[in-house]
Structure formats: C-alpha cells, structure tokens
Design a protein around this ligand. Sequence first.
Ligand SMILES: Cc1cc2nc3c(=O)[nH]c(=O)nc-3n(C[C@H](O)[C@H](O)[C@H](O)COP(=O)(O)OP(=O)(O)OC[C@H]3O[C@@H](n4cnc5c(N)ncnc54)[C@H](O)[C@@H]3O)c2cc1C
Length: 391
Amino acid sequence: MVSFESTEIAFRVKSDRDLNKAYWLFRVISRPAIVKIGGSLARFALKIHFPINWIVKPTIYNHFCGGETIGECLPTVQKLSKFNVKSILDYSVEGKEDPVEIQAALDETLRTIDNAAKQSSIPFTVFKPTAFAVSKVLEKKSEGKSLTPEENQEYEKFINRVDTHCKKAFELNVPIMVDAEHFCVQECIDQVVMEMMEKYNRKKAIVYNTYQMYRHDRMDVFRRDLDTARKKDFYLGIKFVRGAYMEKERERAAKLGYPSPIQPDKESTDRAYDGALKYAVENIDRVSIFNGTHNEKSSLLLSQLMEEHGIRKDDFRCYFSQLYGMSDHISFNLANEGYNVAKYLPYGPVRSVLPYLIRRTEENTSIAGQTGREMRLITMERKRRKSQKSI
Ligand SMILES: Cc1cc2nc3c(=O)[nH]c(=O)nc-3n(C[C@H](O)[C@H](O)[C@H](O)COP(=O)(O)OP(=O)(O)OC[C@H]3O[C@@H](n4cnc5c(N)ncnc54)[C@H](O)[C@@H]3O)c2cc1C
C-alpha cells in the first residue's frame, strides 16, 4: 500500500532554500487576519493599478505558479519530470469579458496544446470555459432563459471556440480538460462538453469534463452520462474534484432563494467523492479518471481500487493530480511508486493570476488542516535534513 509519510521523497525537488521559503510562506498564510488584510490590499492594488509584482512574484507567485509564459514554466516542468511528476500548464487568467482578452486566452490555450504535443512530461491541457465567453450568456443559457439574437451569436461563438480547442487536442492526441466553475454557468458547459466527448472520444478519452462532487446532483449526472456514453459508444473522461466555490454557491442560493446545490456537510461531499471514484473504477472500460484532490484518503482509495481491479499503476486511464505548491507528499510519493501523477501548474502575468493566488491563500487558511499539514511536513523535512547534516 502506498504511503505518503516520506518527507524525503515529498520534498526531494526542493533545495534547503526553497524549503525555508515555503516554511515562511505557509507560516504567514496560516494566519487568517493576515490573509484577510493581504487579500483586500491585493484587490485594491489591482483596482488602482498599483505595482505589486515586486512583492508578489518572489514570494507567493513563485510558490504556486510556474512563470508568466509557457517558456518560463519549462524549467519547472523539467525539474518535476526527473521525479516522474508531470505537469499541466494552466493559463490562469480569469474573468475576462473583453473580446480582445477572450481572443488572447483562446490563442494562449491553443499554444498550450501545441506545446503539450511536443512534451511527454505534459500529458494534458486544460482551459476554463468562462475564459471563452461572456459569462452572462452562459448563465442565461444555463437557466433556460431565451437569448437575444446577439447573445445567441455569442453562444454559437462559445461552442465553436470549445470545438476548435477539442478538435486540435484530438488531432494532436493531447487530452484536454474543461474546468468546472460556478453552478450558474455549469449546465450549458456540461451539455457542450458532452457533445465534444461524443465527437472526439470515440476511441479513448481525449475530452474530459469536471464533476464537482460537492454538488448533491453529481452522482446522478455521472450515472446518466455513463449511460449515454455506453448507448452512443464513446468514452467518458472525468476530472473529479470536490469543488472550489462552496461559500459563494451557498450565499448565492440563499440570496436568490433557490435550494443550495451543495451537499449539506463535508462528510456527504467525501462520501459522494469516494463513491464516484469507486463507480468510475468499476466502469473503467468506459471511464478515464483524473483524481484532482489533496485529500490523502481519496488518493489512497484510488490506488487501492486500482489494485483490487487489477489496473496497472501506470494505466493511462487513471491519473492523480494536485496543484503546484501544495500536497507534494501525495504527488511525489505516488509518482515514486509508479503511479501517473501530474501537477496543475498555473501560469500567466502576475496581475492576472492574482485572483487565483488570493483563492489559494484563502483556501489554505480556510480548509481545515491544509496549512497545518503543509507546515508539519515542511518542519519534519527541515529537521530531517538538519539531523542528516549533523551526522
Ligand atoms: C488538480 C486539481 C484541479 C482542480 N480543478 C478544479 C475545477 O476545475 N473546479 C473546481 O471547482 N475546483 C477545482 N479544484 C479545487 C477542488 O475543487 C477543491 O477545492 C480542493 O482541491 C480542495 O478539495 P480536496 O479534495 O483537495 O480536499 P479536502 O480538504 O478533503 O476537501 C475540501 C473540500 O470539501 C468540500 N467541503 C468542505 N466543507 C464542506 C461542507 N461543510 N459541506 C460540503 N462540502 C464541503 C469543499 O469542496 C472543499 O473545497 C481542483 C483541485 C485540484 C487539486
């Protein structure tokens, strides 16, 4: 059975200096008051165009991101790949609505597909669907409201953009994942991605959709989609995550007076997540699994299920993934045992990536035990290295 205990393996990619920097970073972001003030200051600085690169880039940005461009990420990709940990370049520019910015996101994502096709250490590409469209249109479509002719045109453009990317990924044989975002836009994204799977997943999963298992309807959706895939004879690619927008979803549902789409508690989300993994492995003939989690139990569970079902550790249908800068003990220990592991490696201009970074720090503060766990492991490794040197 795989173990996540070895800090020597977990941090083998980090020099002593890197480790010390990570230690101080997690010390700072473990304090909710600092994160709250820092987040507000960062948002304000963005608004008034105050220069912040000098403080953000050498600290939090370098810990959680690969660089500002694909080229800047490549040394990190190579460093990780020495330890059998692969990378997924994630252009993390969010919430752009302007046509020029949307076009820039489209062009950049196409470049990531070209780049991945040339590198075995980059096994997937990814995009955020809201980067390809005006969110309001996706929202109206998801709510079943009728669109104006201009909005309809926008929606058609969105479908064409997604298709262009999936087609290119198919032609270059690079699997492509579609991130999941807010509940209010997800319905129409799911429909479009299912159409793409039907079109491009005839021989294997090239297009992957994301199921957020904190939504109480996802297990039923999974069963329904699998049924469709079997009937129409295509493969399902699924990235499983718990879901990143819980508080906002609950607030929105309460404000607008509809039932919350989120599970009632953490235990229900955990049960649904692990249940979905089990169901996916039982249907591995049709489903390719991307296990996007920092949860040790869910990572262990997939490895156990694979063993029970006689699935090889390096079977292309099962991937484990964590975000760059987090949970290296899971990534590096799994990779060391021969499992497929790929880190999400966010990149992009510092200012554009800032909302992602603020979310990471807030998540590390709010998710029970996450920062504590990172701190405990880094401290253990610092001690281990010190005692090694004194021998
Ligand atoms: C590789 C990768 C890709 C990702 N891609 C996406 C994506 O496309 N879309 C997206 O939304 N997120 C994405 N995430 C983030 C993910 O959804 C989670 O927010 C994050 O990973 C924390 O969940 P966990 O399984 O790692 O850990 P855990 O710490 O075990 O779980 C924390 C999660 O449990 C859920 N939870 C916590 N408390 C409660 C509660 N009271 N009631 C109900 N549920 C609760 C929440 O989803 C919370 O984020 C991604 C994460 C990874 C590692």
